[in-house]
Design a protein around this ligand. Structure first.
Ligand SMILES: Nc1ncnc2c1ncn2[C@@H]1O[C@H](COP(=O)(O)OP(=O)(O)O)[C@@H](O)[C@H]1O
Ligand SMILES: [Mg+2]
Length: 240
């Protein structure tokens, strides 16, 4: 069963067409990567899925419902590329803000916050102002906010940009753990070395999907040793 179906998505900014009939599906329990160079249309795609942008045409079905749908969005966790955190609130206050946004009860919030802070390794930093945290810690705080309400579907736009390799590896371990617990994940990245951790990827270029398959299949089909080489062959870009 598909958790997300995107069909023929088109979106223009003025007379520039950023999405040109883009289609892909994300299965339940899968980590799906939207990969491609900067400017490919990844963020535009994500923003149309979460309802921040209205597509010019095309269809989006998320968790069985035609989007936009406010009820479905309650089951979705979204980590934007530009982190949506309040810099002058503490980590815990940011979590509390999102908890209210998602409609969690006081008790649910209390139960969830410790688990989540432990999960992202920010227990000791809960009372720190976000502005005082390192970039990697801010990413972790943003991820914590996106996970607070146990979303069935997680959308993470470049979650590991500016995150050191050690932390990147631990993020990917979280992502796999969430998928194993039954969540579906849509992740964008322009780092090909981490895109191989996805179950399947769609290679996006100029607002279109050039190929959709597992990273291994894409490498095999293009006779490439690495995903980076495969993407280079398909797009003419190095992927970064
Ligand atoms: N608000 C905007 N106004 C005009 N052009 C935009 C806007 N946002 C993105 N674009 C353009 O749309 C294309 C796709 O951008 P984006 O979806 O951010 O790509 P990606 O996330 O893959 O880097 C790029 O050429 C970008 O310059
Ligand atoms: Mg982007």
């Amino acid at each position: 069963m598909s958790a997300l179906v995107v069909r023929g998505l088109r979106k223009s900014y003025g007379n520039f067409e950023a999405l040109r009939g883009l289609s892909f599906d994300v299965k339940k329990g899968e980590i799906f990567g939207l990969i491609g160079p900067n400017g490919a249309g990844k963020t535009t795609t994500i923003k149309t899925i979460v309802g921040l942008l209205k597509p010019d045409s095309g269809e989006i079905r998320l968790l069985g419902k035609k989007m936009p749908d406010k009820e479905v969005l309650r089951k979705v966790g979204y980590m934007p590329q530009d982190l949506a955190l309040y810099m002058n609130l503490t980590v815990e206050e940011n979590l509390e803000f999102y908890s209210r946004l998602y409609g969690l009860s006081r008790n649910e919030f209390k139960e969830r916050k410790d688990e989540i802070l432990r999960f992202v390794g920010l227990e000791k930093f809960r009372d720190r102002l976000v502005v005082e945290l390192s970039g990697g810690m801010q990413r972790r705080a943003s991820l914590a906010c996106a996970l607070l309400h146990k979303p069935e579907f997680l959308i993470l736009d470049e979650p590991t940009v500016g995150v050191d390799p050690h932390l990147r590896a631990s993020f990917w371990r979280y992502f796999r753990e969430l998928a194993e617990r039954g969540a579906s994940l849509l992740i964008t990245t322009h780092y090909m070395d981490e895109a191989v951790n996805c179950d399947r990827v769609a290679i996006v270029m100029d607002g279109r999907v050039l190929a959709t398959a597992s990273p291994q299949e894409i490498m095999k089909k293009t006779n490439s040793a690495t995903l980076e080489e495969a993407v280079l062959k398909l797009t003419g870009y190095g992927g970064a």
